[in-house]
Write a new protein. Structure first.
Length: 96
């Protein structure tokens, strides 16, 4: 009986190892990206602009930081009206 238990344990462990290796070897699907060009209006902040296009799955703080980096903005307090911000986010795919 012990030999059967040990063999079964070994089989389960082997399957788990193979499954784990498969998961690690399979690349994650690439997200399709969409780019927006948004013109800053008087009173806008990067956070406000990002909040308008962010989905519930997006981290607005992280996305705002990325927009500052991508657009080479060092001082977000001096965001000028008329400036065009380029914002790239994952495309939302609808199940409809």
């Amino acid at each position: 009986m012990r030999k059967i238990g040990a063999a079964l344990y070994g089989l389960v462990a082997g399957v788990n190892i193979l499954l784990g290796a498969y998961i690690l070897a399979t690349p994650a699907p690439e997200k399709e990206m969409v780019t927006y060009e948004i013109e800053v209006e008087s009173g806008d902040t990067v956070y406000d602009i990002v909040s308008r296009i962010a989905t519930a799955d997006d981290d607005v703080n992280e996305l705002s930081w990325q927009v500052l980096q991508d657009n080479h903005i060092e001082d977000c307090a001096n965001l000028r009206p008329g400036t065009v911000l380029t914002i790239t986010v994952p495309r939302v795919i609808s199940d409809k």
